[in-house]
Unconditional design. Sequence first.
Length: 324
Amino acid sequence: MLFLAGLMGMMLVGATVIVGTGGDDDTENDPQEPAGQDVGNGDLLDQIDGSIQAGTPDADAMTGTDALDQMGGYSGDDTILAGADGDYVMGADGEDDLDGQSGDDDVHGGYGADLVQGSSGDDALFGHMGKDLILGGAGADQMHGGDGDDTLNGGSGDDAVHGGLGDDGVEGGAGQDTLFGGWGDDWLSGLTARLQAEDALAEETAETDFLNGGGGEDTVVGGAGDIVTTGEGADQVVLGDWIGLDDPSATLMDFESGEDQLILVYNDATQSDPDIRIDADDESTRVSMNGTLVATLVAGTKIDLSDIALVPESAADAFLFRAS
């Protein structure tokens, strides 16, 4: 990779190379000017700017520049702030705190329970091994949990969030997101905001998210207009009265009657048990709660009242929040 090549060869033209190996540095023996290249006027040096920073076996703290940086923490619990522009960051071993900050960054956690943040920009974020927390921030991010029981939140922007292996918690945040649970018993949520314990659920703005559970016994929390594919396993789809009367319903692509379960959450502070109605024709099966269409099952997908469980909002935390 470019990062390793830069560290091994130390031949990144026009870049600042910072290697945290300890000892006294000797900068008197400058490299020879390449034949046929005039670098005296700075034209070549102006073409490429940035830094390569390599960590130590200890806990390192690094800060990038306003240019293209390549930063590797290696062993130890490292803290790396990449700075502006599009940077490449590798935490490697240890429990690292990595932040791409502004720019379109490529940030890798490595081994250990890492905090991986993209902040602003369209970032590519990877947890790799360990129980990682991955936060996309602003921008259209690509996020991958990797191995381990990870927690991922896309933040704002149209994100693609992959849980990977393990029992993951995957949230899209604001924007039109695509969520993949992967393998394991995952929790996915397409809602734009988390519910605080003392607050009532509010109707949300309809932005179509694509929620894919994958393998395992997943819990998928959908919002207005979301497309839900649960995948293999006995899954739970959670919908509720946050889907308003004028909102599009959630669409269930592969609901398995007798195996999967539809959880309908209602506000028990303002109403008693809601009225549930199932209507079906050749095109779809539709589930309504108190006259509001909350779920549409595609043709050939059936559901029965025995597949539906009513849960009051006061007792719904187990479904609306991922267990820590």
